[in-house]
Design a protein around this ligand. Sequence first.
Ligand SMILES: Cc1cc2nc3c(=O)[nH]c(=O)nc-3n(C[C@H](O)[C@H](O)[C@H](O)COP(=O)(O)OP(=O)(O)OC[C@H]3O[C@@H](n4cnc5c(N)ncnc54)[C@H](O)[C@@H]3O)c2cc1C
Length: 316
Amino acid sequence: MSKIGVFIEIVDQALGKSVPGVVGAACRGGDVVGFVLDDLADKDRELLEEYGVTEVVVVGGREVALSELPVSAGLALADAVKASGVKALLGVSSSTGNDLLTRAALSLQAPLVLDCTGIDFNTNCVRKSHFSGKATATLQLTAAPFVCGIRPNSFDPVPEKVACTITKFEYAGPIDDAITVTGVEKSGSGRKDLAEADIIITGGRPIGSSENFKILEECADTIDAAIGASRAAVDAGYAPHSMQVGLTGKIVSPKLYIGCGLSGSVQHFAGMKSSKLIVGINTDKDAPIFSKSDYGIIGDLFEVVPLLTRQLQKRR
Ligand SMILES: Cc1cc2nc3c(=O)[nH]c(=O)nc-3n(C[C@H](O)[C@H](O)[C@H](O)COP(=O)(O)OP(=O)(O)OC[C@H]3O[C@@H](n4cnc5c(N)ncnc54)[C@H](O)[C@@H]3O)c2cc1C
């Protein structure tokens, strides 16, 4: 049986929320081998066992923390992948994942596709959205191993309890400290990461000021949501670029996307069209957002959102 590798991303000292979904994608191709940098906490190993990871390779770097040295980490991951004989290496298409997968692919001289939304291990084909989501490309990767970043929430985790063995891979190559990560500061709304959130509530141009995002924050607090912004809101200075969803912002795929005062432009839609359920709130009944929404609320966001928040608070 083939082996499929998954880069296990650790976020805030815990297993990245989208990792089980990527493991779910990898399970379709064979036994799953996880690769983690430096160390793996027992609680994370237990979680990986719940989702069918049969082996975890802890990639260590001779007394240096590889997670702080992205250049060396990419080389080390590539060496570990080579030694393991996996057919493919998958990972979450997050900023850290994309960075490391790209470095590993370069070192492996392997084909690389990021932000994949589908994968077929029988034909070695991946699916990826193009032209603001107007077209979907199917790309066949003819070399092995190949490397793929998977868009968060594109695959559901598949619970399948197994016992997981831990092996160590000691990286013996050069240690390159050209880039050292000295700390990670949260940006944007200081809340949940947009790419990993199950629920996102987004404000468009009519939000009018950064202070007015407070009404979205109150709603977000009630339903544990992340907060996004359209480019028009970002360009007007109401929100930082790190909150922007769309073609030139973040690509998101939550279970629920609530768009407040968004016209529904193609460029915005390109970043959130794979949301499982879309709710649009707009004063204009003919706004394009409604043709792309599962539910539409015709109304003023300044009235609708507080009302929604109160109802959600009651239900909690
Ligand atoms: C190359 C390129 C890349 C781009 N990348 C992105 C991107 O990544 N992300 C992105 O978002 N955009 C992007 N854009 C911009 C995009 O084309 C739109 O201009 C932008 O998405 C519009 O933002 P909006 O919907 O917030 O504002 P508007 O288009 O101004 O729409 C506001 C909507 O709110 C409604 N409204 C007004 N008042 C209220 C109220 N009180 N309550 C409820 N509804 C109300 C209006 O009816 C209207 O439909 C890009 C454009 C280009 C050319």
